[in-house]
Design a protein around this ligand. Structure first.
Ligand code: FPP
Length: 254
């Protein structure tokens, strides 16, 4: 059950949902702000933790959905540097969910050809979390069907700070600092910038997510709460993207 707002693109009103024709153009990289777990739980009189757990149950299906359409990369925003300000029990719960989900899902994602990567500050997290993440990255490193970046303990500003620190530590002279050099020092070095940012649960904020890389991304907000986001919503978001005219600051070609 989700509230609808008139200013948002409605997944349910997309006319071509049942149409299995390939979508064109497709984004290469889709990044997702998975929001609304708490509201999903509240609507069912459940504790917030039940919402977060439900929010892990659709992850494999969503990854599979994007891969079936031919999307090369997705990034999932699972825990931001700002999420540390939540009550300690919720922080603990969310952080412990990560190794649990990796334990449950990695082998199946590996079978489906997904390569897992991490974006964020990993080395300050508990050793068991670091180990689970490193094991999943190592197991899946040669897969080529779809790359899944898990952004946790991730913040866009922290990422830029880390890039500046790395540049200074390398002694890169000021005149050698270009946009390409900065990009190559971000956690996403070598990855295409996101073409499409999806946010569930109706908010219209970027929340410190991929703030450098999203400079020209198309933005899509749906009122659907994250645990309810399914393959139809994947298709609706991709269809909406395919209808956008991207100009990258230039003019229409015609
Ligand atoms: C936002 O809901 C969701 C989060 C802060 C956590 C998202 C994490 C998951 C879905 C788990 C994913 C785990 C892996 C390993 C990918 P909210 O609590 O802000 O919801 P609300 O705004 O309705 O309260």
């Amino acid at each position: 059950m989700t509230a609808t707002r008139p200013d948002q693109e409605q997944a349910a009103s997309e006319p071509a949902l049942a149409d299995a024709a390939p979508i064109h153009p497709l984004p290469r990289h889709v990044a997702i702000i998975m929001d609304g777990n708490g509201r999903w739980a509240r609507a069912r009189n459940l504790p917030r933790q039940a919402g977060h757990r439900a929010g892990t149950e659709n992850i494999r299906r969503i990854i599979e959905g994007f891969a079936e359409h031919g999307v090369e990369m997705i990034t999932l925003y699972a825990f931001s540097t700002e999420n540390w300000s939540r009550p300690p029990e919720e922080v603990d719960f969310l952080l412990n969910l990560i190794p649990e989900v990796l334990e449950r899902e990695t082998a199946k994602l590996h079978e489906k050809g997904a390569r897992l990567r991490h974006l964020g500050r990993l080395d300050v997290l508990a050793p068991d979390i670091q180990r689970a993440v490193r094991d999943a990255i190592e197991l899946t490193k040669n897969n080529t069907r779809i790359t899944v970046n898990l952004a946790f303990n991730y913040g866009g500003r922290a990422e830029i700070v880390d890039a500046i620190r790395a540049l200074l530590a390398e002694g890169v002279p000021a005149e050698a600092v270009t946009e390409e050099v900065v990009s190559a020092h971000l956690y996403t070095a070598g990855a295409p910038d996101p073409d499409l940012i999806i946010r569930t649960a109706g908010e219209m904020r970027l929340s410190n997510f991929l703030i450098w890389q999203a400079a020209y991304a198309e933005y899509y907000s749906t009122p659907v709460y994250w645990p309810d986001f399914g393959k139809d919503d994947v298709r609706a978001a991709l269809l909406a993207y395919s209808r956008r005219k991207r100009r990258f600051g230039g003019l229409d070609p015609h």
